[in-house]
Design a binder for this molecule. Sequence first.
Ligand SMILES: [Zn+2]
Ligand SMILES: [Zn+2]
Length: 559
Amino acid sequence: MHNYEIEEYFSLLAKLMDIHGENEFKIKSYSNAAYTLDKLAEPVSNMSPSQLYAIRGIGEAIGKKIQEIIETKQLSILNEYIQKTPPGILEMLKIKGLGPKKIVTIWKELEIESIGELLYACEENRLVKYKGFGEKTQKNIQESLQFYLHHQGNYLYEQVESLVSALQKNLEIEFQNEQHIISGAFKRQMESLEFLDVVTTISESNLTTWLATKMFKIEKTEDFVSCKGEDNFEIRWHLASSENFFWKDFTLSCSPEFLSAWEQLPNFSLSASNCFKSEQSIFDQVSINYIPAPQREFAPIIEKARVKALPKTIQPPDIKGIIHSHSTWSDGIHTIEQMALAAKDQGYEYLIISDHSKSAFYANGLQADRIIAQHKEIDALNKKLAPFVIFKSIESDILNDGSLDYSDEILSSFDIVIASVHSNLKMTEEKAMMRLLNAINNPYTSILGHPTGRLLLSRKGYPVNHEAIIEACAENNVVIELNAHPRRLDMDWRYIQAAVESDVLISINPDAHAIEGFDDCKYGVLVAQKAGLTAANNLSSFTLSEMMEFIAYQQEKRG
Ligand SMILES: [Zn+2]
Ligand SMILES: [Zn+2]
């Protein structure tokens, strides 16, 4: 065993003990041991116990631990610390620029336990409020985190988008006379992807020669040619002839459930799969109306499309107003006026400002006196910007018992109340449902914000019973948010159809913390299309006058 391998045990031990606030003297002895091992020329594994104990900076106690490592490849005291540290905190030690002291603040004060949550907190500008985190530090941490996450197998849809457009451009230039299509999970507009599927008529030798010039790692499998760039993201090239091109694309752009149901259709014949001249001809063969790739998920949609053409799903221009946005009054980057001018400029009819409520102290949440001041500012801006309207709203924390964190009197001063869980996210389904149902039953709640609190690829979200939430929202006329941040996309699109069938409105909201955040609406729309959501069932597609009616109706509910 090399000294540097043994050293790693001690340096990790010192860091973890530091994170857990142990005695500084002990921590120092372990980090000294690591330092000594690093400088030592002779391998300790060749030494006798007495030689080992005699080394300055090692001694008998640590010497015995070194022997334990050499004999068992383990260090029991280190295992104990690993056991009581959440995996996400351990992972943070791999991030450049994050030492034990900062990790303690992140863990204990910001209550963050995973890399994804931490990145989200940087994006929300939340770190700067804590000791030891300036704007520059936050930016550095954000960059290291992005780098780190970028190198972990899975990618958000949004992260792959720019790669896809660059790839398409490249293919058009290099192989003008061939057919290519980006298929698979990307075409199905999945919220995250493991790899990118491309169907192409380029010959294998031309493809591999071209890929080699781009310095891609290339590997051949039975079904496709796989390549990885320096960012380690995998592209799978499915080689097709012009005869089977459309069928190959079709098989890749359906879920397995959808495809197997398709292949059992009465008129389906695989022998014809070599002569489909277009995507449409695949539908024509079995006399089924066209089903867009994002909706090729569950088998029952095939029967729906057989009976009649599917309704037109929501499109990005169907978003008429920005609902759920934060300003400098809490943790946003831009002032209300800047946000409103930008929204107006981009053709939106209204802006609903919902800053954080008072319990969200980390986000500079609004105390009662600041709410009054904010409303004055909104009134003045509304005079200036008419006919554009800024609505008064709040993202009110759902407390531990499910109550909202203001009195009814204060809650009644808002046009719209978004109720969201932001604290104590680690809970049982029973506890989560108690909090959510109480919040939904509150007559002041208009919208349930990001219902599970998940962060894609990094935080699972607390467990909930979606059916019960939908039922309660239907009874109380509460809208369910589809938070459009590409890392949230919460509620999950898989439950949208059930909500719509229960007459529950969905609201595609960007949760914008800056003007640029408005653009995230698009990612909400893309996943909503998977669920077949129409503009009529989406609150943020309401025109200004429809929104005013909606608000009047919500006021009635308050009694
Ligand atoms: Zn929130
Ligand atoms: Zn928010």
